[in-house]
Design a protein around this ligand. Structure first.
Ligand code: NAP
Length: 312
C-alpha cells in the first residue's frame, strides 16, 4: 500500500485507502480492464467491484496486467442479488461467494452484502453468519455490508460474532439529514462509512443547489493559496476532500484517463487543505437539503427528512 495515501482503520490492523476507484458505474463499467489498469498505473490502490457489475474478472485482470502485486492493492467485492433482481436461495450464498473469489483470482480484502434484499428477509442474519464463518475459516478477510438501514444493521449486530467493518451507502452532504440514524449507529459500533455517489451534488443534482457556490469559493481559496499543488483544485476535489475529512471512504470512479489521473492525484493530496470551518460550512449547508440519486429501499421503512431538494 502506498504510504502517502491516507487510510482509515478497519480494526485488526486492516487499513483501507480513503479513495476507491469503482468499476460499477459510468464509463468505467464499459471498459473495466483498460480503465482499471489506468487507475492502477495512476497510483490508485483501492478497487471496488461487485458480482452485479459483472466486472470482478476485469478487476483481477487489470491487476495482473499492471504488474503490481496484490498485497499493494485493496480490493472490495460484494454478494449481489440474482438475475433480474431475484433473491439468492440460501444454499447458493456460499457457492456465490466462492465464485467471486474464483473470478477475482484472490480473496478480496473486503467482502460486502450488497444490500439487505439480496436474500429473503428470513435469510439475512444467516447470510451474515456465512460471511462470519468464512472469515473464521480464512476464506474471507474483512466483511461488511452496503445499503443497510438502521434496522438491517441492528438485525445482524444482534448476537453477531463480528460487527460489519463498513456500510457502503450513498453518502454526500445532501443526505446527511436522512442518514443521521444510520451514521449514529455506525459511530456507536465503530462501523466505517463508505460513500458511493460522493459527487452527486455536483453531477446529478439538477442545479448543484446551495452547496455549489460554496464549493466554488473554497476551491478558489485553496487554488490561490497553493500555487504548487500538482492539480488545480476544483469543486469535485473539494467534495472528495470533505468526504475524507468526515472520516468516510470515497468510492468514486471514471473511465476517462485524464479524470482517473486527477482522482489519483486527489487521493495523494495533504489532509490540511480544507479548514475545520470549510468542513463545517459544507456539512451545515448539506443538512438543509435532501437529495438522493440512488433511489430504492433506503427510502422504504426509513423516514425521509422534511427538507427541500435544493433546486430553487
Ligand atoms: N454499493 C452500492 O450499491 C453502489 C451503488 C453505486 C455505486 N457503487 C460504487 O461506487 C462507484 C462510484 O459510484 P458513482 O458513479 O455513483 O460515484 P461518483 O463519484 O458520484 O460519480 C462517478 C462519476 O463521476 C465522474 N467524475 C469523476 N471524476 C470527475 C471529475 N473530476 N469531474 C467531473 N466528473 C468526474 C465520472 O464520470 P466519467 O466516467 O465520465 O469520467 C464517474 O462516472 C461505482 O463504480 C461502484 O463501485 C456502489
Amino acid at each position: 500500500m502506498s504510504p502517502t495515501v491516507q487510510t482509515f482503520d478497519l480494526g485488526s490492523g486492516v487499513k483501507i485507502p480513503w479513495l476507491a476507484w469503482g468499476n460499477g458505474t459510468g464509463s468505467a463499467a464499459q471498459i473495466p480492464v483498460e480503465a482499471g489498469l489506468a487507475a492502477l498505473k495512476a497510483g490508485i490502490r483501492h478497487i471496488d467491484t461487485a458480482q452485479s457489475y459483472r466486472n470482478e474478472g476485469a478487476a483481477g485482470e487489470a491487476l495482473v496486467k499492471s504488474g503490481i502485486s496484490k498485497d499493494q492493492v485493496f480490493v472490495t467485492s460484494k454478494l449481489s442479488e440474482g438475475p433480474g433482481n431475484s433473491t439468492i436461495p440460501f444454499n447458493q450464498v456460499r457457492p456465490k461467494i466462492q465464485e467471486s473469489i474464483q473470478k477475482l483470482g484472490f480473496i478480496p480484502d473486503l467482502f460486502l452484502i450488497h444490500n439487505p434484499f439480496i436474500v429473503a428477509p428470513a435469510d439475512l442474519k444467516k447470510t451474515w453468519q456465512i460471511l462470519e464463518e468464512m472469515k473464521d475459516a480464512g476464506e474471507l478477510k474483512a466483511i461488511g455490508v452496503s445499503n443497510f438501514r438502521p434496522q438491517d444493521l441492528e438485525l445482524i449486530l444482534d448476537g453477531g460474532k463480528y460487527k460489519p467493518a463498513v456500510n457502503q451507502i450513498e453518502y454526500h452532504p445532501y443526505l446527511l439529514a436522512h442518514l443521521e440514524p444510520v451514521l449514529a449507529l455506525q459511530d456507536k459500533h465503530g462501523i466505517v462509512t463508505e460513500s458511493f455517489g460522493p459527487l452527486t451534488p455536483l453531477l446529478r443534482h439538477p442545479t448543484g443547489g446551495p452547496l455549489k457556490p460554496v464549493l466554488t469559493k473554497i476551491a478558489k481559496r485553496i487554488f490561490d493559496a497553493n500555487p504548487n499543488l500538482p492539480i488545480p483544485i476544483d469543486e469535485f476535489a473539494v467534495l472528495l476532500l470533505w468526504t475524507r475529512a468526515m472520516g468516510v471512504v470515497a468510492v468514486t470512479g471514471s473511465g476517462d484517463k485524464e479524470r482517473i489521473k486527477l482522482l489519483a492525484d486527489i487521493s495523494f493530496l495533504p489532509g490540511n487543505l480544507l479548514t475545520k470551518a470549510d468542513v463545517e460550512e459544507i456539512t451545515s449547508i448539506g443538512k438543509t437539503v435532501h437529495f438522493r440519486h440512488y433511489r430504492g429501499h433506503m427510502e422504504n421503512d426509513f423516514a425521509l427528512p422534511i427538507l427541500p431538494d435544493g433546486t430553487n
